[in-house]
Design a protein around this ligand. Structure first.
Ligand code: GAP
Length: 461
């Protein structure tokens, strides 16, 4: 589907704000960039860390059945042979016959209003020919073929086939290959899960839509091992947990949609997949996935490595290979969903205002503290004292004395700070406390200093 001018404009505004205010920069910008890479700046890192921490809390620290991991990105090439990625991890590609530029065949079909879901390479090829679909530059395109998406590299000093390794395209395999280590070390009872957050890499043919489709990104994944007869119950549990997590980070449930993925569109390892799609400004697109990976991966690694990856159930006195439910969350797509959802324009005091309406739990700065004037040492000293007290309880607090108070409010609104505390002359002369301004309403409330931390904490919850 073609994007409207309004959708494009909103994305341009968000990308510009992300750069101007220090959330996300283009990767390698001073050299003209590197397509499909983005660099997170201080506020982007804080936003991303808040999201990752909320995920880790919900899925790891608040549970007794989850084992956290941080596996190596580079793995033995046999991992990717066994998992099926070396043979099958590919996207459909066409080449512009004039410019040699490469495009995703399914994207060209979508742009022409044809749904590519369920189509094999030959079907896409036939549809492109039948409808005379051209490249975005208006030139004919060649045959649709597979393009392998894993980044290949060599490990060590000799560049032969034995030294081939890949940058992992999913974090999942780092958990499957450690299944036995976790069982031998912690002796968990089924069902139990392994969870990790880490980088993944895919040589996407057409990175696009800001951080939505990139070549380097982060995933938060769980491989949850179950007895085969339990898979539906646990699948349902994680379906609900995905929604609970989107609530944690403030995404409205009206913008999160479930899509039951058809047999022919599922990954080779999955017997059931639900995609969770989000209403981005550029359309309804995949945010997360939930897959029933069966015993595909453990069996494949047991076969290839010849290491037994079965589990002995003490109560039932049976040995079997556990099945796996996999909720998979993209960090960068989450940041983008949160950013685009939070982006708000309104008018305040007769002026147009742009602000990020973050849920406080994800806001990179929760509280900003100002002295009313920056050239009055008494005000500055008191504001610093208040700032240091708040920071002990609410660490994501910042001190801001740049520009006048109006500019500071605008800046804090643009970075989505829920609360601004101003120390003024009444604070030091009358002892009447400080003003606390609410980002969304602009309303200011006078709060005595002795109640300030309780008041702020309450507002942020
Ligand atoms: N282990 C399963 C797996 O990797 P996936 O649907 O290919 O499944 C999971 O990826 C999630 O990773 C997606 O739902 C998305 O959030 C994120 N993701 C995948 N490719 C991405 C890309 N090129 N750029 C940013 N995020 C991506």
């Amino acid at each position: 589907m073609k994007k409207t001018d309004t959708q494009n404009n909103v994305m341009e505004e968000i990308i510009s704000l992300a750069k101007r205010r220090g959330f996300i920069f283009q990767g390698s910008e001073i050299y003209g960039g590197l397509a499909g890479t983005w660099d997170y700046a201080p506020l982007g890192v804080a936003l991303k860390n808040n999201i990752k921490n909320l995920w880790w809390k919900r899925f790891v620290s608040d549970r007794e059945d989850m084992y956290g991991m941080d596996a190596a990105i580079l793995m033995n090439q046999n991992v990717w042979k066994a998992s099926g990625h070396v043979d099958t991890f590919a996207d459909p590609l066409v080449e512009d016959l004039k410019t040699s530029r490469r495009y995703r065949a399914d994207h060209l079909l979508e742009a022409a209003g044809i749904d590519p879901k369920g189509m094999k390479l030959a079907d896409m090829d036939a549809a492109i020919k039948k409808h005379g679909i051209k490249s975005p530059d208006g030139h004919p395109v060649g045959e649709v073929r597979h393009f392998k998406m894993m980044f290949k590299t060599h490990v060590g000093a000799i560049e032969d086939d034995a030294a081939i390794s890949y940058l992992r395209p999913e974090t999942a395999q780092g958990m499957f290959v450690n299944f036995k280590n976790i069982v031998d070390t912690f002796h968990p009872k089924l069902p139990f899960g392994m969870a990790q957050i880490g980088k993944a890499f895919r040589n996407e043919i057409a990175p696009r839509d800001f951080t939505f489709r990139t070549r380097e990104f982060e995933q938060m994944e769980i491989e949850y091992f179950v007895a085969p007869s339990d898979w539906e119950k646990i699948f349902e549990h994680f379906r609900q947990q995905v929604h609970a997590f989107t609530d944690d980070i403030g995404l409205p449930n009206t913008k999160v949609h479930e899509l039951e993925v058809a047999d022919e569109d599922r990954a080779h390892y999955s017997k059931r997949t639900i995609d969770f799609e989000f209403d981005y400004p550029f359309g309804k697109k995949e945010l997360y996935g939930l897959a029933y990976r069966t015993d595909f991966d453990l069996k494949a690694h047991a076969d290839k490595s010849t290491v037994d990856l079965s589990y002995f159930d003490e109560e039932a006195k049976t040995r079997f290979v556990p099945h796996c439910i996999e909720p998979s969350f993209g960090v960068d797509r989450t940041v983008l969903a949160v950013l685009t959802d939070a982006y708000t324009e309104d008018s305040m005091a007769g002026e147009k205002r742009v602000f990020l309406k973050f849920k406080p739990s994800v806001a990179p700065v929760k509280v900003a503290v100002f002295p009313l004037l920056k050239n009055k040492p008494d005000l500055v000293a008191k504001a610093r004292e208040v700032y240091n007290q708040i920071r002990k309880v609410i660490p994501q607090t910042m001190f801001d004395d740049n520009g006048n108070i109006g500019k500071r409010y605008r800046r804090q609104d643009e970075i989505g700070t829920p609360l601004c505390v101003t120390v003024d002359f009444d604070t030091i002369e009358q002892g009447t406390g400080v003003t606390v301004r609410d980002r969304d309403t602009g309303v200011q409330q006078r709060v005595p200093l002795e109640n300030l931390i309780a008041y702020l904490s309450d507002k942020l919850n």
